[in-house]
Design a protein around this ligand. Structure first.
Ligand SMILES: Cc1cc2nc3c(=O)[nH]c(=O)nc-3n(C[C@H](O)[C@H](O)[C@H](O)COP(=O)(O)O)c2cc1C
Length: 395
């Protein structure tokens, strides 16, 4: 019988003191893509939210981001050269101050690197094509350029190790470049990187190979390596990107060939599943994940009852927005303070959580969000944010 406060030891030896993990969430707190005091205040306030905290996505390549920006001077973070290391080293330190594991999420945003275009840069994609929601030019990566991105994931991993992170997560979900290569909708290539289902798996597999090469050479033995996937890309029934059947095959390959510590399923409902079978994604993809790789899921786990229920399906429970409302969930569970868990946005919780203006803006615009107090966040996001929340630590 699994419980939320179990110790969990990953296959390479790292142990966390709870099954709760903080899901990656963009804070939009970077300045010139670098960590700011705002970033550090937010993550410092979350150092007791979980046993393992996965940072927001950080760009591995100069064109790998930033994605959309909530304001011209506030961006996604990056890790594509050594200039980013001092800030990321501070970030790893604040995350680990209460004994958590700190994981750096690595991304190339591909077509979603909208703000790179605004900054005068190039936006890279697997295949040149029209997307109804994109009005900026796209560049189809050459075969060599794709290999360069693979290498960039390796260099970013080396920097994560140098900065003191306990692990990295390869972001293969949420429509970013890795998913764009895996998707039949957005990958129309006919070279090594596309043209058949097997070849559409090459990009994620080569990225994994490069990350493992770097980890095996430079990282401590217990370094944690995760991979995030969206279970299906079937939103447009006329343009299926991939189904859960294909995700199963990719996860089987990834976890047979590489010693992933965990696989992270990105969903909006941890109990959700496909239309063609009765099982949910956690169960179906769990069947493909090879032991001893652990399974983590996030999606609408916004009450303690749901946290407990999620353990019926997975090893690790991912909390995103719940940790924004209460940044001490794991601490309270471990110290018999369950009745003090405060899953509501209000003035006190926003301050305690050091929510950045960027994260408030994103969450306030997510109308299906079920945590009470969303109207409070909405009032902040439309009024003068700096009056209510920290900005560069000035308040
Ligand atoms: C403000 C915000 C930012 C997010 N940024 C990221 C991100 O950087 N990387 C990622 O993989 N997922 C990101 N997500 C998705 C979350 O990790 C999570 O999967 C999603 O919020 C569902 O979980 P929840 O219901 O517990 O919030 C973000 C979600 C939110 C609300």
């Amino acid at each position: 019988m699994k419980t939320l406060t179990d110790n969990v030891t990953f296959r390479h030896g790292a142990t966390i003191k709870t099954r709760i993990v903080q899901s990656p969430m963009l804070t939009n707190s970077g300045l010139n893509e670098k960590v700011t005091q705002d970033t550090l205040d937010y993550y410092g306030a979350h150092s007791q939210s979980a046993g393992m905290i996965i940072t927001e996505y950080t760009n591995v390549s100069p064109n790998g981001g930033p994605s959309r920006s909530w304001a011209p001077d506030r961006e996604q973070l990056a890790v594509y050269n050594d200039d980013f290391k001092p800030g990321l080293t501070k970030l790893a330190k604040v995350l680990k101050k209460d004994g958590n594991k700190a994981i750096l999420q690595l991304v190339h945003s591909g077509r979603e690197a909208e703000y790179r275009h605004t900054l005068g840069g190039r936006v890279d994609v697997p295949s040149q094509m029209k997307f109804s929601w994109i009005d900026y030019p796209l560049h189809e990566l050459t075969e060599d350029e794709v290999w360069q991105v693979v290498k960039d994931f390796g260099s970013a991993t080396k920097r994560a190790i140098d900065c003191g992170f306990d692990g990295v997560e390869i972001h293969g979900a949420n429509h970013y470049l890795i998913q764009q290569f895996f998707s039949a909708f957005s990958n129309k290539r006919t070279d090594y990187w596309g043209g058949s289902f097997e070849k559409r798996m090459n990009f994620p597999l080569e990225v994994a190979k490069e990350v493992f090469r770097v980890v095996n050479k430079y990282a401590p033995k217990d370094f944690i390596i995760g991979y995030r996937i969206s279970p299906e890309e079937t939103d447009d029934k006329n343009n299926i990107g991939y189904t859960w059947h294909e995700s199963q095959q990719l996860l089987k390959k990834l976890t047979e060939n590489f010693e992933f510590d965990y696989i992270n399923l990105s969903t909006m409902d941890y109990k959700g599943g496909p239309e063609d079978v009765a099982k949910n994604y956690a169960q179906l993809l769990g069947e493909a994940i090879q032991a001893p790789t652990l399974e983590l899921i996030s999606g609408d786990i916004h009450t303690v009852a749901k946290m407990k229920d999620a353990l019926n399906y997975v090893d690790l429970v991912g909390l995103g927005r719940a940790t924004l409302a209460d940044p001490q969930i794991a601490y309270k569970l471990a110290n018999n303070l369950e009745d003090q868990i405060h899953l509501q946005f209000d003035e006190a919780s926003v301050k305690k959580s050091h929510l950045t203006p960027g994260i408030i803006a994103v969450v306030a615009n997510t109308p299906y969000f079920g945590i009470p107090g969303l109207d409070y966040l909405q009032s902040l996001s439309t009024t003068k944010l700096s009056d209510a929340v920290t900005h560069d630590g000035a308040k």
